[in-house]
Design a protein around this ligand. Structure first.
Ligand SMILES: Cc1cc2nc3c(=O)[nH]c(=O)nc-3n(C[C@H](O)[C@H](O)[C@H](O)COP(=O)(O)OP(=O)(O)OC[C@H]3O[C@@H](n4cnc5c(N)ncnc54)[C@H](O)[C@@H]3O)c2cc1C
Length: 460
């Protein structure tokens, strides 16, 4: 099979080779500015605004995109990564609060082929995680093209290629201008958290204080002494409340739905790790029962604090509805002590106050929306088979959502965090390597038969 490697090596590392077989002119020889290889080190070639990518194109340079690129690289497949912002892992670098740590222990958050350093704590902070991702990109020589926001991608049946259009983000900068990329494989890695979800709240334009999404919240020091209403009781909402308390603000937490709060650790180990281990031996519902009993022993009855538990157990709910349980990092104690008050849903806002569903009114200086994120895939991917238009996630349930038709893949849409993304990345790399080998085998057979026919005809 050595010939496959040889052909692959020649094709994939030839930046001017288009997969349809057209050899493009070398811009360095023609003098035209057609290549951006110097900047990105990647496998593109560029003719004015059209760029032919002979390998996979990955949209998004978050942990999932990086994992996919690294797994492909380890199999000798070079990919092109497009990223709308100006850095890798933009969610972590630009949209998270300062006190954030990984919610899960590090062994459940590492990307394929590179463990976290031993010196890192069990729950690395966000700066350590970003450092890890930067070293990861460096190790696998992943150099995304930044400031390229993908605005549309559709499959061209005639060319048998994906046509991916981007907008440049900055005028006059590296990302300026529209581009159209052509590639045989498209890997969607734009994440489950691509866009902030901002609910419509009646009277919000009238409200005199500041209203911000958690993606803009950095730390509680701006809110010292202020009354702040945090909307949403997921992991982010709970942790932002705790941060506000620690900065001497006076937070209240809007709890509209039922929620499972579990201790981050139980019986001397992480709740997540323990659950994974128990699930190997016991049925899910039994593990749920166990988690709820231990949580009750450690945290007490959360309903007494206004946090009612859903009827379904935490793991079953995660499986059925993708709703992640909150892992408590100290917020419950602050609710118990009265430092954080729990309120019902908001009915409307007025200039200075918030009116709640129970009719009560209270004045607040600021509102922080911990109302989550959503996928942006339906806004740019012109394909309706693989991804649901409703939530922008793959229609097929885990673990089958990673592969679509015509060379389309998804990484990081399993609702299973970094662990799920790593699994997707490995599968995608194996699948593309197999497809490439098949392609090169066909090319080899066709060329071989062509030669044989030619010599037979010559002899005649
Ligand atoms: C506060 C917080 C804490 C978390 N903690 C954990 C944890 O401890 N463990 C865990 O496993 N998971 C955690 N998660 C889940 C988290 O989403 C994943 O860990 C991880 O960031 C997912 O990586 P991703 O690459 O799939 O998505 P993202 O990190 O969102 O990366 C997607 C990238 O795609 C880019 N992009 C989006 N649209 C386009 C476009 N149209 N064109 C070009 N580029 C685009 C974005 O700019 C972004 O850089 C946490 C999430 C949040 C919000």
């Amino acid at each position: 099979m050595g010939f496959l490697g040889e052909i692959e090596g020649k094709r994939v590392h030839d930046p001017y080779y288009w997969t349809t077989g057209k050899k493009m002119s070398d811009p360095n020889k023609t003098g035209k500015n057609m290549s951006n290889r110097n900047k990105t080190g990647n496998i593109t070639s560029e003719s004015t605004h059209k760029i032919h990518v002979p390998g996979p194109l990955i949209v998004g340079a978050g942990p999932s995109g990086l994992a996919a690129a690294a797994c492909l690289k380890s199999k000798g497949v070079v990919s092109l990564v497009l990223e709308r912002s100006n850095c890798i892992a933009s969610l972590w670098q630009l949209k998270t609060y300062d006190r954030l740590r990984l919610h899960l222990p590090k062994q459940f958050c590492e990307l394929p082929l590179m463990p976290f350093p031993d010196s890192f704590p069990n729950y690395p902070d966000k700066w350590q995680f970003i450092r890890y991702l930067e070293e990861y990109a460096e190790k696998f020589d992943i150099r995304p093209v930044f400031n390229k926001s993908v605005v549309s991608a559709k499959y061209d049946k005639g060319e048998r290629l994906w046509r991916v259009k981007t907008n440049g983000a900055f005028k006059g900068g590296e990302g300026e201008g529209e581009r159209e990329y052509f590639c045989p494989w498209l890997i969607v890695a734009t994440g489950e958290n691509a866009e902030a979800v901002v609910p419509d709240i009646e009277g919000v334009e009238e409200f005199g204080g500041s209203v911000m999404h958690t993606s803009l919240y950095k730390s509680g020091d701006l809110f010292e002494g202020k009354k702040v209403l945090v909307v949403g009781c997921g992991n982010s909402g709970m942790e932002v409340c705790l941060d506000l308390c620690n900065h001497n603000a006076r937070p209240s937490l809007v709890v509209r739905d039922s929620v499972h709060v579990l201790p981050r650790e139980m019986l001397g180990t992480s709740t997540f790790g323990l659950s994974m281990w128990l699930l190997k031996w016991l049925p899910l519902r039994l593990v749920d029962r166990f988690l709820l009993i231990v949580s009750w022993l450690l945290l007490g009855d959360t309903a007494k604090l206004g946090l009612y538990r859903p009827k379904m157990g935490p793991l079953e709910l995660k499986n059925v509805a993708g709703k992640t349980p909150v892992l408590d990092v100290g917020t419950l104690a602050k609710i118990s002590s009265g430092d954080i008050t729990v309120t019902p849903a908001i009915r409307r806002l007025t200039r200075h106050s918030v009116e709640f569903e129970n009719g009560e009114r209270e004045n607040f200086d600021a509102i922080i929306l911990a109302t989550g994120y959503k996928s942006n895939v339906p806004s740019w991917l012109k394909e309706r088979e693989m991804f649901s238009e409703k939530d922008g996630l793959p229609k097929k349930p885990f673990p089958n959502g990673w592969k679509g038709e015509c060379g389309l893949y998804a990484v990081g849409f399993t609702k299973r965090g970094l662990l799920g993304a790593s699994l997707d990345a490995k599968r995608i790399a194996e699948d593309i390597q197999l497809a490439m080998n098949l392609l090169y085998y066909r090319i080899y057979v066709v060329s071989y038969c062509g030669f044989t026919n030619f010599f037979t005809l010559e002899k005649k």
